[in-house]
Design a protein around this ligand. Structure first.
Ligand code: URA
Length: 195
């Protein structure tokens, strides 16, 4: 039997359920470790992601890679990376509520198939698209949410950190909590920034 995640990927690559399919070069399904304990969810593909068909490969992606590696995580071995919408919104506008809700069942199934222990929501679109449309990222970032049995940590999107470097301190506090939780529920021997 074929891996359901592989099956889902081929379905999503052919999706034409919303208008974003018209302008895309590639569908960006998501990628990473098949049984990743850590899943990072962003907003949607930008220019470079659309060109390459891979999530987080532009400037935000480089910063995300750096953050993950400082936290002792390997993007390939420990992490699965996906987005709320799989096709690039024109001009990098935020996806509309309709686009988000059309695409959401795909993400829900990715989460179900990967079964991460911890989900990091990168930015307001990920927080509002997955958990609560009225939640404010500035208010709930850094606090643990439990959602469908998963530990969920909302934090700033890397693009916000690039725009406003002063936010990096708070983001580091959030990622320290992710490391602590990872040590608690996944691997007690994982690197700790506290000792
Ligand atoms: N920003 C996102 O939200 N997702 C990507 O894949 C790249 C940039």
């Amino acid at each position: 039997m074929e891996d359901p995640l592989v099956q889902l990927r081929s379905t999503v690559l052919q999706c034409r359920q919303c208008g974003l399919c018209e302008g895309r070069q590639h569908v960006v399904f998501g990628e990473g470790a098949r049984q990743a304990a850590l899943m990072c969810i962003g907003e949607g593909p930008g220019y470079y992601e659309d060109v390459q068909g891979r999530p987080f490969v532009g400037a935000s992606g480089q910063l995300l890679d750096k953050i993950l590696s400082v936290c002792g995580f390997s993007r390939e071995k420990d992490t699965y990376i996906a987005n709320i919408v799989k096709c690039r919104p024109p001009g990098n506008r935020a996806p509309t509520p309709e686009e988000r809700s059309t695409c959401l069942p795909f993400l829900m199934r990715q989460i179900e198939f990967v079964q991460p222990s911890i989900i990091v929501l990168l930015g307001a679109t990920a927080l509002q698209g997955l958990v609560d449309p009225s939640a404010r990222i500035t208010r709930v970032r850094g606090t643990w949410l439990t959602w469908h049995g998963y530990w969920v940590m909302p934090t700033f999107h890397p693009s916000a950190l690039l725009r406003t470097p002063a936010l990096k301190r708070e983001a580091w506090e959030d990622f320290k909590k992710v490391i602590d939780k990872y040590r608690e529920v996944v691997d007690p021997h994982h690197y700790s920034p506290h000792h």
